[in-house]
Design a protein. Structure first.
Length: 380
């Protein structure tokens, strides 16, 4: 099944380089060629496969931007599993075609918070107009899975096995770059839960730790949801209502409700424990970029390279452009590598809003992080 979209192409962004007038080489690994349009099927397929092999009949999950729900719906269809998705309410309303796509693959989709679960009802009681969040949708999907023996919950990011499945991105990129005789000086990627970034970066980090290459490796997150750069490193729940096991990770607090920025896949309160760990060790860096610069970068990328990026990887592209301009300033031919982890064909509403001048930059305030930590259990 991987042959449908793997190996994915590694492109050199010749026309973007030229537009920037930079001596840098920019390479991007393009994951938008998968059936769902992002890197998510790299883990949806093995998760569906192993669940089916264990006799599971149904998978439940959440989806924010709709990419993970689509990927799991596609994968479940391949292994005759039922798929039930809680889609964050704001996304359910704004991205109806993501829902249609999941339904075409046979999934059942609910707007979250929903009346179907205890978790959903408890949120709706206090916030009848709740736009939902990834944390709430996870609580709903986990609750449903916990109630039925033949049903399991599948997560599309954050967890170790997900990052492992995604390392196919970096393993391929290592071979592809070797073919053209380049090694990266800088690797940048967007981080929501950390899976496309970890997938690209970990194989290169292995080579770096072995002393074979020495790239700077940097995570890029939205200024409105800065779990690495502003969050605390401690145990927290993966979901809003506290139903998941505790996870040691960078977190903004499990009851964090993000601003309505358009990069729905980057609005999660936590961060992959593996990525949080190597960030603490100083093996990777992190920076936060606000959304207007990202959309500007996304539009420049589309007009030069031809591919319309999803709002999430525009963060990676913005960072790559910053690096390319810094290389120009320094007069150095640096090699920049990034993951263009999905196309934006279902995100045109976000581009409309950007062109209409309706987008704002949000910076998540430091005080709010400390406030949110009051609800996070303390574990020594
Ligand atoms: C899900 C998603 C993300 C965020 O998740 P990561 O685990 O951080 O990769 C980013 N971009 C796209 C296109 C996505 O679908």
């Amino acid at each position: 099944m991987y042959r449908v979209w793997r190996p994915s192409p590694l492109y050199r962004a010749h026309r973007l380089e030229k537009a920037l007038g930079t001596p840098a080489k920019i390479y991007y690994k393009y994951e938008g060629v998968s059936p769902a349009g992002s890197h998510k099927p790299n883990t949806a397929v093995p998760q569906a496969y192993y669940n089916a092999a264990e006799g599971v009949r149904r998978l439940t999950t959440e989806t924010g931007a709709g990419q993970w729900g689509s990927a799991l719906a596609f994968a479940c269809a391949q292994f005759d599993l039922e798929c039930e998705v809680w889609q964050v309410g704001a996304s359910y309303r704004h991205k109806p075609y993501r829902r249609s796509m999941m339904e075409v693959w046979g999934a059942t989709v609910h707007s979250s918070p929903s009346e179907m679960t205890e978790a959903g009802r408890s949120i709706l009681k206090d916030f009848p107009d709740s736009p939902g969040s990834l944390g709430i949708a996870i609580s709903e999907a986990v609750e449903m899975a916990a109630q039925a023996d033949d049903t399991k919950y599948a997560l599309g990011s954050v967890l170790n096995h997900v990052l492992l499945h995604q390392t196919v991105i970096g393993e391929e990129a290592l071979l592809q770059l070797a073919k053209v005789g380049d090694t990266p000086d800088v690797i940048v990627g967007c981080t929501g839960g950390g899976s496309n970034f970890g997938g690209l970066a970990f194989p290169f980090l292995r080579e770096k730790m072995a002393g074979n290459i020495n790239p700077t490796i940097r995570c890029v997150e939205p200024a409105a949801c800065p779990s690495l750069t502003k969050g605390e490193y401690r145990y927290d729940f993966g979901d809003t209502l506290g139903m998941t096991p505790l996870v040691k990770m960078h977190t903004l607090g499990h009851d964090f409700i993000p601003e309505a920025i358009h990069a729905g896949g980057l609005r999660y309160h936590g961060m992959s424990p593996l990525l949080s760990h190597i960030y603490e060790l100083g093996l990777v860096e992190a920076e936060a970029i606000a959304q207007l610069e990202c959309f500007e970068a996304g539009v420049q990328f589309a007009r030069t390279e031809g591919i319309v990026p999803a709002p999430e990887p525009t963060h990676a592209i913005a960072a790559a452009i910053r690096e390319a301009l810094a290389a120009k300033e320094a007069g150095e031919e640096r090699v920049i590598l990034t993951a263009m982890c999905g196309h934006g064909h279902f995100d045109m509403g976000a581009y409309d809003a950007y062109f209409a001048g309706e987008l704002e930059d949000f910076e998540y305030p430091e005080e709010k992080v400390r406030e949110a930590m009051a609800n996070v259990p303390v574990i020594a």
